[in-house]
Design a protein around this ligand. Structure first.
Ligand code: GLU
Length: 485
């Protein structure tokens, strides 16, 4: 590589929320910079006032912070290349736009918006270049009359422009296919297409990593760098993240596929680390079998060679699996804390036993929103199907269950200290005394108190969670239901 210190930038527009695709761009910029001992810069691209959403910058800050993608320079922390907010750089853009006009690489355009766009039947794209050859006099007159104007790039009419992309390789386009794009709008604000070039140069950015939708505009940026006599940064365009549609086809990941913002995924019960790990692999390959990597490990191994050209498909199932792996690795106290926040609709008695409950859940959920579902026997106990008491493997029948339930009400009722081990011991003792297989006894008991075949723990654990009174009541309720059938 070159001897210049590596500098990457994340340049989001404050449009409301952090799309997973944007976060992935930030992540790659961060990983690459850190891998190279370089700097990761945050720049806020807020020149498109129509898309501006109040408070959106805070979402950007908080997402980067929660994801631990700490920037080295940015609006909130400063740096030597500020300001880092585009609307605070208006004078700079103006100065450079005028410089281009001066040098003959840009021109004033006084056309009103719609009248000169894409005339039918003409091969030209976009603006019809009406003002490209105005005389100095005409321009001066118009300026004197205070006619609103934009400044447009004067793209060469023939020849080709090429650039080398680190992912997609050499790209060459005919200049005749490029439009004379607007650089400076009539309100004095720059377009993204202009501002990104000025900023990336002035901020000494060495590598631009961004979505591949910008490939088609990159030749125009190259022409701007050439016009200024600046060396363009290297580019690496990133493949698009796709979502699977109901009919099996794929399209760009959007809300109709599920949650697409970082905040929503966290609300949905995913861990930041898992989201980060997962999205790293959507567009970059570690070229090894392993899939679970910490941020530190990713910094260690991340490189541009691993960026892939093909679009990745976002899989919520895969993310859930990965999240489950991260959940298993959490310290029990941490799992307890996080899972508690997802237990808002559970009866309050369960919250006093949360340390105990959390231990049972940690290896049994992939996503935190499953917490309530796994415990639905607590609040959703009703007329379960009595046939569930019948189990081939344990040789239980409705009839065999009647006796087991009746007896259990007696011996469980005499337990003073209601702990899972005392409960299990009492059940074991009973089974041994009557020479019954443990499963034969436990199956109907667990079904009777939970109404479910799959529970987040065994018989004693479920009974302990429910408490003595509720357990005995449910055993009796089940007996009554059998008898009243
Ligand atoms: N502001 C642009 C966006 O949010 C940034 C594109 C770039 O990284 O250059 O899409």
């Amino acid at each position: 590589m070159n001897d210049k210190a590596i500098r990457t930038r994340f340049a989001p527009s404050p449009t409301g929320y952090m799309h997973i695709g944007n976060l992935r761009t930030a992540l790659y910029c961060y990983l690459f910079a850190k891998h190279c001992n370089g700097k990761f810069i945050l720049r806020i691209e807020d020149t498109d006032q129509k898309r501006y959403v109040e408070g959106a910058t805070d979402v950007i800050y908080s997402t980067l912070k929660k994801s631990k993608l700490f920037h080295d320079e940015g609006p909130d922390i400063g740096g030597n290349y500020g300001p880092y907010v585009q609307t605070e750089r208006m004078e700079i853009y103006k100065k450079y736009a005028l410089e281009l006009v001066e040098k003959g690489f840009a021109y004033y355009c006084f056309c009103d918006k719609s009248s000169h766009e894409e005339k039918e039947g003409e091969a030209s794209i976009g603006y019809d270049r009406h003002c490209r050859n105005l005389s100095a006099e005409e321009i001066e007159n118009n300026l004197k009359l205070n006619k609103p104007y934009v400044i447009r790039q004067k793209v060469p009419l023939d020849g080709t422009t090429s650039f080398y992309d680190e992912v997609y390789g050499e790209i060459t386009v005919e200049n005749s296919t490029l439009d004379d794009q607007v650089l400076l709008k009539s309100d004095g604000l720059p377009t993204y297409n202009f501002a990104n070039v000025i900023d990336d140069h002035l901020m000494n950015i060495t590598h631009i990593l961004r979505g591949k939708e910008y490939i088609s505009s990159t030749p125009k940026y190259q022409l701007l760098y050439n016009a200024f006599g600046w060396e363009p940064p290297k580019t690496a365009h990133l493949s698009t993240i796709m979502g699977k549609n109901a009919d099996g086809s794929v399209s760009k990941l959007s809300k109709r596929h599920g949650s697409v913002s970082f905040e929503q995924l966290i609300k949905d019960g995913y861990l930041v680390e898992a989201v980060i790990n997962y999205i790293t692999l959507l567009g970059w390959s570690p070229r090894q079998e392993r899939e679970i990597f910490s941020l530190e490990e990713l910094i260690e191994i991340f490189d541009l060679e691993g960026l892939v050209k093909t679009n990745a498909i976002f899989s919520y199932e895969k993310l859930a699996w990965m999240n489950g792996e991260y959940i298993k690795k959490l310290a029990p106290s941490e799992f307890e804390k996080i899972s508690y926040d997802y237990a808002t609709n559970l009866p309050s008695f369960i919250k006093d036993k949360w340390t105990y409950v959390a231990k049972l859940l940690q290896n049994r959920i992939n996503v935190f929103t499953e917490v309530e579902d796994k415990l639905k026997f607590l609040y959703n106990y009703g007329e379960f199907d009595l046939e569930l008491l019948i189990n081939k493997k344990n040789k239980t029948t409705i009839e065999s269950s009647i006796q087991v339930l009746k007896d259990s009400i007696d011996y469980l009722g005499s337990i003073n200290d209601w702990t899972d081990s005392n409960i299990n011991e009492a059940i074991t003792q009973y089974s041994n005394q009557l020479n019954l297989k443990l499963g034969f006894v436990m199956w109907p008991l667990r079904i009777a108190v939970t109404g479910e075949v799959v529970t987040p723990g065994g018989c004693g654990e479920m009974m302990y969670i429910l408490g003595k009174e509720e357990t005995l009541s449910r055993l009796q309720q089940t007996l009554n239901r059998i008898e009243n059938k």
